[in-house]
Ligand binder design. Structure first.
Ligand SMILES: [Zn+2]
Length: 247
């Protein structure tokens, strides 16, 4: 199967903000609003490709690296390469409001599924048989609180606790496809929501039958588990520890 990294990210201006979920009783606006509230802070979800880029932006927002690391529960080495929340200082917020900068969202225009965790480099367990049982997806280890994104646009058909899967979200896509995101610590959407590809769904955790923080990710068609690696953009640096036997 030919796979190409052809995800083109575009900035779209969206006129309404959609409440995506609750953290500690506070409404979290994800992906649709430029200035958002997260864990008691006002700021923006950002993705940086280098430490220097992150550090310059953090400085511009009137905050500091230590605060960013604390809010996102990451070390300073990990502030590039994944989505993190950058809190803005009060004066920076006031500056932006004066300029009427609002309502920005990032949506992929590609037809493909995208990686639910953008900086994935390791799969600890692939699709296949292990100890006589089918492991119906891939396990992506990641630190607790890492953002999980919708791999494809769709409708939330399950959002809640599902036994061994822990806190789980199931999305229904076109042509009989569904995707599942399991073991989450926090769920940020609700049943019946329509989500865009790339929209934040949940945060990584270790709920249900799990031995550490990771995302268990499945793609099924007509409820048959398929190998997500056949659908996701190829990654040259991806390490797969236990690929799993298919027969
Ligand atoms: Zn798994």
């Amino acid at each position: 199967m030919m796979k190409k990294l052809n995800c083109i990210f575009v900035i779209l201006f969206i006129l309404t903000a959609v409440p995506a979920g609750l953290i500690g009783g506070e409404t979290v606006l994800l992906d649709t609003e430029h200035i958002q509230r997260y864990r008691g802070n006002t700021g923006k979800w950002m993705h940086f490709s280098s430490y220097g880029q992150a550090s310059a932006f953090i400085h511009k927002c009137g905050t500091d690296i230590n605060t960013v690391c604390r809010i996102n529960n990451v070390s300073s080495r990990n502030i590039s390469g994944s989505y993190i929340f950058i809190p803005f200082s009060n004066s920076y917020v006031a500056e932006l409001r004066k300029k009427h900068i609002d309502f920005v969202s990032m949506i992929s225009t590609s037809d493909q599924f995208i990686w639910p965790i953008s900086n994935t480099e390791l799969i600890t367990s692939g699709l296949g048989r292990r100890w006589g049982k089918l492991h119906p997806g891939v396990d992506i280890p990641s630190s607790r609180g890492t953002i999980i994104r919708a791999s494809m646009e769709g409708k939330v058909i399950f959002c809640g606790f599902a036994g061994g899967y822990g806190r789980m979200i199931t999305l229904e896509h076109r042509n009989g496809y569904i995707s599942k995101y399991a073991h989450n610590s926090v769920l940020l959407v609700k049943k019946g929501d329509y989500v865009q590809k790339g929209q934040v769904l949940a945060l990584v955790g270790s709920t249900g039958h799990s031995t550490g923080n990771h995302l268990h990710f499945e793609i099924r068609c007509e409820n048959i588990p398929l190998n997500p690696l056949d659908f996701l953009p190829e990654k040259s640096n991806l390490e797969i520890r236990h690929p799993g036997r298919l027969y």
